[in-house]
Design a protein around this ligand. Structure first.
Ligand SMILES: NC(=O)c1ccc[n+]([C@@H]2O[C@H](COP(=O)([O-])OP(=O)(O)OC[C@H]3O[C@@H](n4cnc5c(N)ncnc54)[C@H](OP(=O)(O)O)[C@@H]3O)[C@@H](O)[C@H]2O)c1
Length: 387
């Protein structure tokens, strides 16, 4: 098969998503009613901070398509932005600020955080809280803020795992970090086999009932645990909004383990993280490992995975992208968004240029069947997955 065999598509991804392929294929009828929050929220302050020079781009909502999250009523942007890495104090404040504000200008309304992000832990949330107070407070109603809890923070036995204590104490801390009295989505960051699922789910339900979170989410849960959590949440009247798994051309776990299918059956959305495999699905490692790239700066991305096998596969994928007139990063992002069940691709960026470049993936025609088959030849599951 050749890349020149492809039919010539006429419509770009943005228009295709706007035209109506944004329905997640929800098959669940939701009978549950959401509980009335017992703790009222103070309304956000709509008064602009006189010290802020920031005014969001007026056309931001025309730049970004939005997709329905599972069977909920919530639409999320095709791209969400996460503050996992390089959002701590060792990176210039102005760079971090420019990236987040640019994301909002591009129509990215969903910002993903966790108690652990920075580094160090909590730093990314404190930064975002500062930005909220400084620039974004008037737009709080237009933002979808998420946080997560359950991964270990420090040595305390109470600041890890899926216990009620761990999750709810972390959420209170996160609200303090962010300087907001609610988050939109509160996630259990990972399944905890040592804690009863009822307890973990109960903590998510409490967070929603207290008005500290609008929706409940889970992340990194295997399908069986996901289905059980979705069932318990539905019974409690707090339907599972979203699952956050890892998904990219190089990580096909959710295709293989059935999570994609389960999302449609159980009616939750998928916000997929690391769609660029932390940078492996860009052209940055094709020849060398650049200074300051994540492979040299992060404990979560070892340079050892950038071997000959990786380079051969990435170079072949890069060729497919070039034949489409786009970059490998743009191809990889279009690839995860090809599935309606993927509500949003959760990306990171360490510069505004990366962010701009990546969001331009929306300008290209959807991938053809021939191109998808070619991608499958080179985009083998497991490439670069060693830490
Ligand atoms: N739930 C979970 O357990 C979990 C786990 C991981 C992530 N997440 C979420 O997902 C978000 C995104 O994850 P991720 O940052 O791994 O996503 P990603 O989009 O796969 O990787 C982003 C990184 O790739 C590099 N990059 C991006 N665009 C580039 C371009 N055009 N050219 C060259 N390099 C480029 C940058 O790293 P450098 O420039 O630094 O090399 C950037 O920070 C996180 O912030 C977090 O919110 C969740």
């Amino acid at each position: 098969m050749s890349i020149t065999d492809r039919a010539v598509p006429t419509e770009n991804l943005r228009d295709a998503m706007n035209r109506g392929s944004n329905d997640a294929g929800c098959t669940v009828t939701r009978a549950a009613t959401l509980p009335v929050p017992v703790a009222g929220r103070t309304p956000p302050d709509h008064v602009k901070n006189p010290m802020s020079e920031y005014t969001p781009a007026e056309d931001r909502y025309r730049r970004m398509p939005y997709r329905r999250t599972g069977c909920s009523g919530l639409d999320l942007p095709a791209f969400s932005f996460g503050l996992w890495q390089k959002f701590g104090p060792e990176h210039p404040y102005e760079t971090r600020r420019e990236i987040v504000l640019r994301a909002f200008d591009l129509g990215i309304t969903h910002f993903d955080n966790a108690d652990r992000y920075g580094p160090p832990a909590r730093a990314a949330q404190r930064f975002f809280g500062d930005l909220l107070a400084r620039d974004l407070r008037p737009y709080r109603d237009e933002l979808i803020l998420s946080t997560k809890a359950g991964n270990a923070i420090g040595p305390s036995p109470h600041r890890k795992g899926g216990s009620r204590k761990s999750l709810l104490a972390s959420l209170d801390q996160s609200l303090g970090d962010l300087g907001t009295d609610y988050v939109d989505i509160f996630y259990s960051h990972r399944a905890d086999p040592d804690t009863p699922l009822e307890e973990t789910v109960g903590a998510l339900v409490t967070a929603v009932q207290q008005g500290k979170a609008l929706y409940a989410g889970i992340s990194n849960y295997p399908p069986d645990r996901t289905h059980d959590a979705a069932t318990l949440l539905r019974q409690a009247g707090v339907p599972l909004l979203v699952h956050q798994p890892r998904y990219s051309i190089f990580d096909r776990s959710v295709e293989q383990n059935g999570l994609l299918k389960l999302a449609a059956e159980d009616g939750f959305g998928l916000v997929v993280y690391s769609p660029l495999a932390q940078g492996l699905l860009t052209d940055k490692y094709l020849v060398d490992i650049p200074v300051n790239a994540r492979a040299t700066t992060s404990a979560f991305r070892s340079p050892e995975v950038i071997d000959d096998t990786y380079r051969r596969r990435a170079a072949a994928l890069n060729k497919i992208a070039e034949a489409r007139g786009q970059s490998l990063a743009q191809l990889a992002l279009q690839w995860v968004l090809r599935l309606p069940v993927v509500t949003s691709a959760l990306i990171g960026a360490s510069t505004v240029a990366q962010l701009d470049h990546n969001v331009r993936a929306l300008d290209f025609p959807s991938l053809t069947k021939v191109e998808l088959a070619l991608i499958n030849e080179h985009g083998l599951h497991g490439t670069g997955l060693r830490l």
